[in-house]
Write a protein that binds this ligand. Structure first.
Ligand code: SAM
Length: 391
């Protein structure tokens, strides 16, 4: 299976499609097509393992098994039955089918999911008398089906748990950002390790931890398991070698200045714990990464030279009821930034589109970004004294 080329479908958060395409390029994958929230690419099984191991931005990578036009459930059953599932997994492995649809005229997606499951199982039963069991919680193999108004596509999941789960998080703060979204913010802000980075609303530390692993070139998937490990043709020796090479590629010598603070000392302890679990203790011991308790209204620069602030401050849905207090706090935070952070670039992710107005600042850039289902903006503010005040 290793040398054969397959088509893969990456599910990617909106606005992170191009950063993901850059990751593909850096891994030597040049055949790809970017769409909204997705990227289709071609590579072999080795390339697939690399993408899962190294991507910081994708949420999931699916292997395309087939696609067909359909008119009714019977067409779909026949098509799914015709797919060579036996090339990918064995009947003694458990399966789960997930179906999504867009403009699908069929009445019941649940019924369709059942028909797809029957088609897969019936194929195995006809081939060798044994059929896979369904396990909706811990399946060995996940099959994804997507139906639109005319075609059905079926995919095999290669990631297992969603890729934002790096395997290090134990302690959550209030409304933690998903790790791939945090990495995306760091990338979209054009942060590079030579610039000081500070998150004054750090919560469980996700943004700072992701920036640290980017700086030292630590592969995000080093300590977790992947769905592809259960697919026929998986080469465990090759995978172990790939992970050893990734460990050797970590560069601990990169000079970084990373800091996170939060008003809650309990949350700060969680951030430190998460950084330890992410394997970043060395950076903390050497003072290159620190977490401390501080009210953002009283924060001070964490470096002698201007750097970048990236944060997702609390907003509406997280501080119920949506109160004047968050708005007035952000006004105070902005006053503090204006007075003490001249020369810094500040990026805030928020679903509160009135944030620039609350801060009495004009943004120099805004990027559409979804935090889960929340429609957010990633605002950039330049802290150049006097020049960016809202009229
Ligand atoms: C949306 S959460 C940040 C989540 C974080 N990015 C993470 O991934 O865990 C907002 C954080 O702001 C903190 N916070 C609220 N008011 C604050 C203030 N005045 N100064 C500093 N932190 C504050 C909360 O304790 C909370 O941890």
């Amino acid at each position: 299976m290793t040398s054969q080329t397959y088509t893969f479908f990456a599910i990617v958060p909106i606005s992170l499609e191009m950063p993901f395409a850059e990751e593909l390029k850096s891994l030597g994958i040049t055949e790809y097509k970017v769409g909204k929230g997705q990227c289709i690419f071609k590579t072999d099984f080795t390339g697939l393992m690399k993408v899962n191991l190294w991507t910081r931005f994708a949420s999931r990578i699916l292997l395309k098994v087939g696609e067909s036009p359909y008119k009714n459930e019977d067409d779909i059953y026949k098509f799914v039955f015709s797919c060579k599932w036996e090339n990918y997994f064995k009947p003694n492995q458990s399966i789960k089918i997930s179906t999504t649809s867009r403009k699908c005229p069929l009445k019941s997606i649940n019924f369709l999911t059942l028909r797809i499951k029957d088609a897969v199982c019936d194929r195995f039963r006809e081939l060798d008398g044994q059929r896979p069991e369904v396990d909706k919680v811990y399946p060995d193999i996940q099959i994804f089906a997507h139906v639109n108004d005319r075609t059905i596509s079926v995919y095999l999941d290669t990631s297992g748990e969603s890729l934002f789960k790096r395997g290090w998080r134990r302690d959550k703060g209030e409304a933690p950002l998903k790790e791939n979204l945090a990495a995306g913010l760091v990338k979209l802000a054009n942060w590079t390790p030579d610039k000081p980075l500070y998150d004054p609303f750090c919560g469980s530390g996700t943004i700072i931890i992701e920036a640290a692993t980017m700086a030292i070139n630590m592969a995000p998937g080093l300590t977790r398991r992947f769905g592809f490990e259960k697919i026929i043709g998986f080469n465990s020796t090759e995978w172990q070698t790939m992970k050893t090479q990734a460990r050797e590629a970590i560069d601990w010598s990169v000079p970084v200045n990373l800091a996170g603070s939060d008003i809650s000392s309990i949350v700060v302890e969680k951030a430190k714990k998460n950084a330890q679990l992410a394997g970043l203790t060395k950076l903390m011991l050497e003072g290159r990464m620190k977490f401390f308790q501080c009210d953002a209204r009283e924060a001070r620069p964490t470096a002698d030279m201007p750097g970048i602030v990236i944060a997702n401050p609390p907003y509406g849905e997280q501080s119920n009821p949506k109160s004047a207090s968050v708005a007035s706090m952000m006004k105070n935070v902005a006053d503090n930034l204006k007075h003490n952070f001249a020369g810094w670039t500040v990026w805030f992710l928020t679903s509160d589109l009135l944030l620039p107005r609350q801060m009495r600042l004009s943004e120099s850039r805004k990027i559409v970004f979804f935090n889960g289902t929340l429609d957010c903006r990633f605002f950039r503010f330049e802290m150049v004294s006097g020049s960016n005040r809202r009229q």
